[in-house]
Ligand binder design. Structure first.
Ligand code: FAD
Length: 445
């Protein structure tokens, strides 16, 4: 029986990070069943035709060049007593330390009709190929995407791009409800409608109908969306930690995944968990929050791997900085939205609208920001941006402010850079303007 210093179950971003940090320094085995690991974030763009599907495959060399072994297979049993994992092909490996990085599976709600052909979720290579084939070979002309989060919105745009009539359904009253507040989503909703995507907000799917293939979908508003003669439904309503392997074992699992401490240790000695399969807390409030993002999985895995090499790092929690693109707009958010904070914090918000570069320069576009702070302490709790150029750097600046407990007052003195092609005039800065707006509102309150 082959023995490893570290066995990692899972070859997603978390597993790959473990390989890249520990490979060559310890004997590391990364176990995953897929033929290819996917660049999930790029999948909607493959469906749209912007990239060939093969471009969404990660290179196995990301693991093997690090010096780690890539072991193809699915783990069917873990013995914490013997410190072994058993694969579906019967192979058994021994570990000194076990890292669980089994990720999360898309949620398919328990609604009548979801078992019909033509009803999909969207995560695997198989999902991508089935949906792509439905469009190219079955001649699908209509799609319903359930869930107007980032994945749902990117999928809806992909369908729209390949001339599939697309209906986007969400029970929330606005799109991207976990990223931006309703009062900040106007341009995004208008843009989706201008692209030709049909929005059904404040609407919950009650059933899916059809005989063999899906033929329609019913909403709790009484509305029926017909998918005849040939349509599909894709549920993009969230992810659930993949912890099936550990049912009826002593491993502690919470509502949202495997419970770990800030060193990513589980309740079992020498067993760790990282990424989407875990349940973790907000770095802002310390309460359990959702955070199934690659940008959480990778830092969790890096923290753990560095500690296994002798560091003493702690993982503080999720801040959930994320972004997407809707037509001509780039959208991002970090921390909490104002609506998520309702009833928990008394908040004050600041708004600013500038241009992406000097307004006198060709190509200048609108960019707007909303900053959310605790009204009592002025500590920053969240931020949102919609604009005509990429927003992730600005979102990350706000995240850094949140991570370091900065206040709106601190942000009024942010030292920034300016250049005609790259920012607004030196006379103003989006983050500073929002912070000043908070102080002005506070004074007049
Ligand atoms: C379409 C899409 C777009 C996304 N876009 C973004 C984005 O823009 N930004 C962002 O931050 N995040 C994005 N995400 C989320 C991101 O992909 C996940 O948060 C991330 O993949 C989590 O990494 P992970 O390694 O924890 O889990 P996963 O990537 O889910 O990997 C889990 C691995 O475990 C393996 N596994 C499971 N069970 C077993 C078993 N029994 N034996 C062996 N192996 C097993 C799986 O096969 C897989 O290899 C997106 C997700 C999707 C689906």
């Amino acid at each position: 029986m082959e023995k490893y210093d570290v066995i990692t179950i899972g070859g997603g971003p978390a597993g790959i990070t473990i390989a890249r940090v520990l490979g060559g320094k310890m004997k590391v085995g990364i176990i995953r069943p897929e033929y290819k690991s996917m660049i999930y974030c790029a999948m909607p763009y493959a469906l749209e035709g912007l990239l060939p599907i093969e471009k969404t495959f990660k290179k196995d060399e990301l693991v093997t060049d690090s010096g780690a072994d890539l072991i193809r297979g699915s783990v069917t049993r873990v013995s914490f007593e013997d410190k072994t994992v058993t694969l579906d092909n019967g192979e058994i490996y021994q570990y000194d330390k076990l890292i669980i990085a089994t990720g999360a599976d898309p949620i398919l709600p328990p609604i009548k009709g979801v078992e019909l052909k033509g009803v999909f979720t969207f995560k695997t290579q198989h999902d991508l190929e089935l949906i792509d084939t439905s469009i190219k070979q079955r001649g699908v002309k209509k799609a319903v995407v359930v869930g107007a989060g980032a994945i749902g919105i990117e999928l809806a745009q992909a369908f729209n791009h390949v001339n599939v009539e697309c209906h986007l359904v969400d029970m929330a009253g606005s799109v991207l409800p976990n990223l931006i507040d309703a009062d900040f989503s106007e341009e995004i909703q208008n843009e989706l409608e201008e692209l030709g995507i049909i929005l059904h907000l404040n609407s919950k799917v009650t059933s899916v109908s059809g005989t063999e293939y899906v033929e329609g979908i019913s909403l709790d508003t009484g509305e029926e969306i017909s998918l005849k003669p040939s349509g599909i439904v894709v549920f993009a309503v969230g992810m659930k930690a993949n912890t099936k392997l550990f049912e009826n074992t002593p491993l502690k699992i919470g509502k949202h995944g495997i419970i770990v401490n800030n060193k990513l240790e589980t309740n079992i000695k020498d067993v760790y968990a990282v990424g989407d399969c875990t349940q973790f807390v907000s770095g802002i409030t310390g309460e359990v929050v959702l955070g199934k993002l690659a940008t959480n999985a990778v830092p969790m895995a890096r923290t753990l791997a560095k500690n296994l090499l002798g560091d003493n790092r702690i993982y503080k929690g999720f801040y959930n900085g994320a972004a997407t693109k809707v037509g001509k707009y780039f959208v991002g958010g970090t921390g909490f939205t104002e609506s998520a904070l309702k009833g928990k914090f008394d908040v004050i918000t600041g708004n600013a609208r500038l241009t992406t570069i000097f307004p006198v320069m060709p190509g200048a576009k609108m960019i707007k920001m909303k900053l959310i702070a605790d009204k009592n302490t002025l500590r920053i709790l969240g931020g949102q941006i919609v604009g005509g150029s990429p927003v992730t750097d600005k979102i990350d600046t706000i995240t850094l402010a949140i991570q370091h407990n900065l206040t709106a007052r601190d942000l009024t003195s942010l030292a920034y850079s300016a250049q005609p092609y790259q920012s607004f005039f030196p006379a103003n800065n989006l983050i500073v303007a929002c912070a000043e707006d908070i102080l002005t509102k506070l004074k007049s309150a």
